[in-house]
Design a protein around this ligand. Structure first.
Ligand SMILES: *Cc1c(COP(=O)(O)O)cnc(C)c1O
Length: 397
């Protein structure tokens, strides 16, 4: 049967909220990258925040075993398996010394990005202001916009150790602000927050009635000095906020999609009401694998910390030798550095791509205060980093 040609084409337009999302800044760099790859140029990709190493073997084995158990093949419980929540609470207690009620103060997530993305829908009304640090992980802005909120950006400046300066927030904004996003150890700046800072956050939140959302995706990727602390370690934190955790970066599990949120019971309840209407939880087998990650030996995590540390030392020392002004990161697998020779972050990234076949992320992509910086991810082998330095040494800035 010959199909009739559709006479009228559906004339659809995108919802306004999509138009409100910040535009993608690197169309041109992306085009060049694809072109160079097509030409067969050997590209070293220092742009992606995704661990290059496989998920630890014992976690994969736990998953394989779980798959044979048909009990795990059904709809998961929204909250997550009771056992997964208990194991997460136990890990939390052991790592941070914080007591978590596994029945009420923890919720399993399809990766922390999912939880962060949905959180504002439970608390933000049109007109509410959300305080967002920048440069930052882009999801804080998009989730705010999807909830009808208005972002107010807090610049993270090197002179303040990349911590926001709350004293600069005008009174009118404080009155409308309902939520504050924070992320330490920080992507992209690699900065770490201490107890004194979190105490200031709690005072600020308390005084102004602001919910604190702390994204701790990199809490286990640290090098020397003191381990990064949890927001909930600080007195009063559980009254004002929640903390998002991810298994992705710690256990090389980015593809598995599992994380959890801990903290204030009422806040978690709000998020759970949103999630109950969107998703049906995390596949039980993945939660069983996640339990193995959190509760078995953490030796493999120590090994990857050492691996990133070796890579960090190679890249930072190498760049410094070439005259770059680089701070030694104490945590995360990123190196956040000022660009040399007064170029813009986009010019620098373009130069590195065209003249050295190296992909990095221009700082401006994370927010205006990222201008003048680029981010290198330590997610390639040492010899590739050495090769990168060799190539960078031939680029004139
Ligand atoms: C990678 C990353 C996440 C997301 O982690 P998932 O648990 O994989 O969703 C969240 N926040 C920051 C800052 C990240 O870099």
């Amino acid at each position: 049967m010959v199909q009739k040609e559709t006479k009228e084409k559906l004339n659809f337009s995108y919802a306004r909220r999509l138009g409100q999302l910040p535009g993608y800044l690197f169309v041109e760099i992306d085009r060049k990258k694809k072109e160079l790859i097509k030409q067969g140029v050997d590209i070293i990709n220092l742009g992606i925040g995704d661990p290059d190493q496989p998920t630890f073997t014992h976690i994969v084995e736990a998953m394989k075993k779980a798959l044979d158990n048909s009990r795990y093949h059904h709809y998961p419980m929204g909250t997550g398996l009771e056992q997964f929540r208990q194991v997460s609470a136990c890990w939390y207690k052991k790592r941070f010394g914080v007591e978590i009620n596994s029945a009420k103060e923890i919720y399993t997530l399809i990766g922390s990005k999912e939880g962060i993305g949905h959180f504002p829908l439970a608390f933000i009304n049109p007109g509410d202001v959300v305080l967002i640090p920048e440069p930052a992980y882009p999801v804080y802005t998009s989730s705010t916009i999807f909830a009808g909120g208005t972002p107010y950006y807090l610049p993270l400046l090197e002179k303040n150790n990349f911590l926001p300066d709350f004293s600069s927030v005008p009174q009118a904004i404080r009155e409308k602000a309902k939520l504050l996003f924070l992320n330490y150890p920080n992507n992209p700046t690699a900065a770490v927050a201490d107890k004194i800072f979190f105490e200031e956050v709690i005072r600020f939140a308390d005084k102004n009635g602001i919910i604190v959302v702390h994204d701790a995706a990199y809490s286990e990727i640290y090098f020397e000095g003191e381990k990064p602390i949890s927001f909930l370690e600080v007195e009063g934190a559980k009254e004002v906020g929640v903390e998002f955790h991810s298994l992705s970066k710690t256990y090389n599990m980015t593809g598995w999609r599992i994380g959890f949120v801990v903290g204030n019971e009422k806040l978690i309840k709000g998020l759970s009401q949103v999630k109950d209407n969107f998703d049906s939880g995390v596949f039980d087998c993945i939660q069983v694998a996640g339990m193995s990650a959190l509760e078995d030996s953490q030796e493999a995590v120590e090994k990857i910390r050492q691996m990133y540390k070796r890579r960090r030392d190679i890249l930072v020392e190498g760049l410094r030798k070439l005259g770059w002004d680089v701070k030694m990161p104490q945590a995360t697998f990123y190196v956040w550095t000022k660009v040399p020779g007064g170029c813009s972050s986009t010019q620098c990234a373009t130069k590195l791509l065209e003249e050295a076949g190296i992909i990095c992320t221009p700082g401006k992509g994370f927010g205006p205060s990222g201008e003048g910086y680029v981010r290198f991810a330590l997610t390639v082998e040492e010899d590739r980093l050495k090769q990168s330095l060799e190539r960078i040494s031939k680029v004139s800035f």
